[in-house]
Every structure is written in C-alpha cells, then in structure tokens.
Design a protein around this ligand. Structure first.
Ligand code: ACO
Length: 338
C-alpha cells in the first residue's frame, strides 16, 4: 500500500466471549414479582448470561479480543490502537478497561482508551476506528464492547433486572486499499437533554461513594423504560432510513440487519418499518438479553460462527442507548467466512 493510495477501514474479524452462568426467566421468577410470560411478551428475552463474581469486564473483553486478533490472522504486536466501549469498566474510572485488556493481551506501548456511550458504544467505536484509519494514523485497530452489566443491576428491581446480561465482543478494523472492503458509512449521534432516561447515579463527582449512596441504591442503573422504548423506535427508524437513503441502498438488499438487542419489540418495529424479511434480521436477545456495548459484536459473532455471515456480505447495524446516544453503520464483512 503506497501512501498515495486512499486508505479505507475494513471490518476484518469478529470474536466474542459469553460467560457460562445462565440466568433464566424462571430463575428471576424466584427473585422478583415477575413471570416468564410477562418477560417473554414484553421483551422477547428468555435467558441471559452472567459473569462469575471474579470475572471482570476486562477478562471478558480480553478473551473476545484474543479471538478477534487470531481470526484476523494478526499477532498482538500488529495492533496499534486499543479501544473499549463499556459503562461497566473494571474501575471507576482509572485505569481504563482498554489499558487493562491491553496488559492481559501483552500489548505494550500502544494508545488505549475507553469510551462511554452505553449501548451505542460499539458503533461509536466503528466511527473512531474509521477516522483513525482513514487519516493514516493507525493500521489495525482493536475495538471491544464489553459489559458486566450485572455489577450495576439491582436484582430487587423487576423493571430493570430482567433486561440485562453480561458478555463481550471484539473486532479488528484494518486499513485496506480495496474499496469493496471499505466501510460505507457510520452515523453516530446524541442528545444529552434525555440524559435522565438512563442513569447510573453513583459513583461519580455528583455522588461520590458514601453510605448514603449504598442506602439509596444509587450505584444501580435506573431507566425510564417506556419513554426510552418509544424514543428508541422513533429515532432508530428515522436514522436507519436516512443511512440507507443517503447511500442509495435498498433495505431488501441488506443480507444482515444487526440491531442492538434491547427488546424484541423494538427490533421488530424497526425491521417492519424497513420492510425487512425475517431472515434478514439478526435476533439474539432471547438468549443474551441486553448486553449494552457487547450486544452488536456478540450478535455479529453469532452469525459468523453459524456460517450465516460470509466474506463481502453487507451488514446494517443500529443501536440506541444511555446518553441518550444512537448510531448506525453500513459496512461489508471483510474477514474470511468460516
Ligand atoms: N414483571 C412484571 N411486571 C412488570 C415488570 C416485570 N419484570 N416490569 C414492569 N412491570 C409492570 C410495571 O410495573 C407496569 O405495571 P402498572 O401498569 O401496574 O404500573 C407494567 O408492567 C407496564 O410497565 P412499562 O414499564 O410501561 O412496560 P413496557 O411495556 O414499557 O416494558 C420495558 C418495559 C421492557 C423496560 C420496555 O419499556 C423497554 O424495553 N424499554 C427500552 C429499553 C431500552 O431500549 N433501553 C436502551 C438501551 S439500554 C442502555 O443503554 C444501557
């Protein structure tokens, strides 16, 4: 690749880590006043995976990342940027989980940092990786979405504890001069005026750790579920239609629509608005729940490992989360088929 050739970002590999322990709807029935029927009907979730007590966000992220690096056919010393999206970092807020993951992988003397964009984190990272690569600053960017969401969930609050799960997904984004492998487009946006829709009030400069924080349970995620739901459907439908129109691509020509896995009803509403056929829409929410920044890479990993996602096939990603943030991306899978 000469430096006069345009550089494009390409999605070269995918990996994921799913913790062993399963928390089923039946388990939750014994913990809070809920039912498998309610959870299934309102969310589509049947079970979610929960990390072990001594298994941290960085452990899951490092395992997913090691798989992605190996599948990209690279060694760790070829990675020149490590980015992690998480709202459940190992530490609040130093060192970054990206630094801890780099250390676990033996990646040294390479820029590493976290971003906080809740469920939109992974697609936000795609926009960063694209910018770093197209500017010529980096060649092989490791991006990771990893969450131990169970660490901020109140398992006595039925309105949130049924939704979330743990896990990690990672991808290697590499420079290429092949236009057919290039990302087509990434949109990422936010509106902080809705910041009270999804909040973890503590710890932070507003509510440093204290007995009051513990007594009031301010360390747990709080969500205005119904308001978030309505805004998610409206915003995502508009955003996804825009990215398709802008790039002259028809929804029927997308083999893999990979939406954020928060609630099956949101996925179905957006899929229906795009007139997607069932086989185009990737659904994993029934088995993983909402794993926030890990949700999209875990879903991509699922279709890759099952042989559904092949080299060169187009993916449409969309996501919505705390901030509020949202993002969408159109890109081909540039890695090898299984
Ligand atoms: N079991 C039984 N009943 C329940 C449960 C439960 N687990 N949870 C709530 N209810 C009850 C409520 O108390 C309420 O009862 P009431 O009518 O007597 O007051 C009733 O069910 C309806 O509650 P709603 O909150 O209006 O239910 P809704 O249909 O909106 O579903 C849900 C709730 C599943 C949370 C939905 O709103 C949702 O998925 N929201 C969006 C989540 C999302 O997309 N988040 C963004 C990403 S997350 C991130 O960024 C980290």
């Amino acid at each position: 690749m000469s430096h006069t050739t345009p550089l494009y970002a390409s999605f070269r590999s995918i990996g994921a880590y799913i913790p062993k322990k399963i928390l089923s709807n039946e388990d939750l029935e014994t913990m809070v006043d809920t039912s498998d029927e309610w959870i299934t009907k309102r969310t589509g979730i049947k079970e979610r995976h929960i990390a072990a007590e001594d298994e941290y966000t960085s452990d899951m992220g490092a395992k997913a990342a090691a798989i992605a690096i190996e599948r990209a056919g690279l060694s760790t010393d070829e990675i020149d940027l490590v980015l992690c999206a998480t709202v459940t970092p190992d530490y609040f807020n130093m060192p970054s989980t990206a630094c801890v993951i780099s250390d676990k992988l033996g990646i040294k003397n390479v820029q590493a940092f976290d971003i906080s964009a809740a469920c939109s984190g992974f697609v936000y990272l795609l926009s960063l990786a694209k910018a770093f690569i197209e500017s010529g600053m980096k060649k092989n960017v490791l991006i990771i979405g990893a969450e131990k969401f169970s660490s901020i969930v109140d398992y006595t609050d039925r309105s949130t504890c049924i939704l979330f799960g743990d896990g990690a997904g990672a991808a290697v984004i590499s420079a290429t001069d092949k236009k057919e492998e290039a990302f087509i487009d990434v949109h990422a946006s936010a509106d902080g005026s809705y910041s009270d829709f999804l909040v973890t009030p503590a710890p932070g400069s507003r509510n440093p750790a204290s007995q009051k924080v513990i007594d009031e349970g301010l360390q747990y995620v709080q969500m205005k579920g119904n308001e978030t739901f309505k805004l998610a459907v409206k915003t995502l439908t508009k955003d996804v239609k825009e990215i398709l129109e802008k790039n002259g691509i028809a929804s029927e020509d997308i083999p893999h629509f990979v939406p954020h896995q928060a609630n099956y009803r949101i996925i179905k509403a957006v899929g229906d608005a795009l007139k997607m056929r069932q086989e185009q829409v990737v659904v994993t929410v029934h088995k993983y729940g909402n794993t926030s920044a890990a949700s999209i890479p875990m879903a991509i990993n699922d279709i890759w490992e099952s042989g559904r996602l092949k080299k060169g096939e187009l993916m449409l990603l969309d996501t919505f989360g705390g901030g509020l943030t949202w993002a969408s991306a159109l890109l081909p899978f540039a890695g090898e088929s299984i």
